[in-house]
Design a protein around this ligand. Sequence first.
Ligand SMILES: Cc1cc2nc3c(=O)[nH]c(=O)nc-3n(C[C@H](O)[C@H](O)[C@H](O)COP(=O)(O)OP(=O)(O)OC[C@H]3O[C@@H](n4cnc5c(N)ncnc54)[C@H](O)[C@@H]3O)c2cc1C
Length: 453
Amino acid sequence: MTSATDVAVVGGGITGLAAAWELAGPRGGHRPVRVTVLEAGAHLGGRIDTLDLGGRPVDAGADAFIARVPDAVALCQELGVGEQLVAPAATTALIWSRGELRRLPEDTVLGVPTRLRTLAASKVVSVAGLARASLDLVLPADTSTDDRSIAALVDHRLGREIRERLSLAATAPQLDAARCEHRSLLRGLRPAERAPTGAPTPVFLTLPGGPGQLVQTLCGALAGRGVELRTAAPVEKIERDDGRWRLRTPQGMVTADAVVLALPSFVAADLLATQLPAAASDLDAIEHASVVLATFAYPAAAVSVPPGVSGFLVPRVEGRLMTACTFLSAKWPHRERPGQTVVRVSAGRWGDDRALHLGDEELVRRLRAELDDALGITASPDAVVVGRWPRAFPQYEVGHLERVARIRAVVARQPGLAVAGASYGGVGIPACIGQGRRAARDVLDHLAVAAQR
Ligand SMILES: Cc1cc2nc3c(=O)[nH]c(=O)nc-3n(C[C@H](O)[C@H](O)[C@H](O)COP(=O)(O)OP(=O)(O)OC[C@H]3O[C@@H](n4cnc5c(N)ncnc54)[C@H](O)[C@@H]3O)c2cc1C
């Protein structure tokens, strides 16, 4: 009988779980793979989690994923929950701009307006800002493959005012893809053409229980495929010994033929510092921003949410502590709480750690004051919960693509080693799933070649 190959996945976030799913998939004719996921924390899912708000769960971080990057929808379908996917009931985002809440131009994708008419109607930017944005339609095509900052790209195509008021440090690869595929950003980011039925394709989707349901379903399916899921198992050291990888955990040594490091880059840097110092220094150089979320349950009558509105965004130039507010009850009515309206306020972004350094009480006090000002709330919330996400959002600075290419090149020279996750090639859930699965295929290819020798 053929003996199994051992693969360890370090990190039980969505990237690691997706890698494990790919590794444990049907392997027609190849050596079976025994997969172990080693997760440092007490729960699987990493940055996808739920919190208790007044006795009921709320999404602690992600509440949906973008539909046009297909990997999350595809995974839901493979797991048999594709039919359950739901689109938000409210999709219109407002913006706190120039002293009041205004409608974000329709057709805005990732902070970039796609039609001048709606941008003008929104009054979010000044007349001069509007005139500058219109130049995007006539500026020459931009098909360079250099890695320039999103800010520089938006500045160049649409002008600084659009970036300051609309572009939300969008780190998604869609922006860059649109730049290369279309002459104009305005045209390239328009939602997909309507289907013949007339139904627009939703931009975002989620499962009825939020992204946490995807994690739960995936973990159940992984267990069904024989994957060992270990929590409270932080990997403290990785070394190569006698042709195999040895991973030290507080519970003992785990030995594997291949390893997927599905970790934030700064953790991977620590683990690889001794063996791969150059890669470790590149890994360490990827900066991450911290965010804090305060989720409030208000008596329903206390908050008046305009119909169809999902929330509002607060550009940095406004100088407020809050960066965004999501009307969770309006967005996801299927998760309704009778008599209550749930509102989530985000704070913190790159270069602004004020929220992270405030205690819960002061943070809630200040965010409530800003919320009351924007929405005219006079009542107190029934419940509030604060979630802190230190170093959660990687910053894809200029040179990121080259840096990641260097890291991957060094890592790929190590037998059966791969890195994947939000720090590298896309922050969104679909991008993480795609990266996890690709890393798994890379190590499977390595194992197949090694087996021929
Ligand atoms: C507040 C917030 C809101 C978000 N909203 C959205 C959204 O609406 N839509 C969307 O698509 N994306 C959203 N994201 C982004 C998305 O959730 C993340 O990018 C994604 O979940 C990251 O997955 P990951 O597996 O790469 O990393 P992580 O989830 O960070 O997983 C890495 C795992 O490694 C573990 N680990 C660390 N060190 C060790 C060690 N030494 N040994 C073993 N394990 C270790 C960690 O505990 C963690 O579980 C949001 C993120 C945040 C923080």
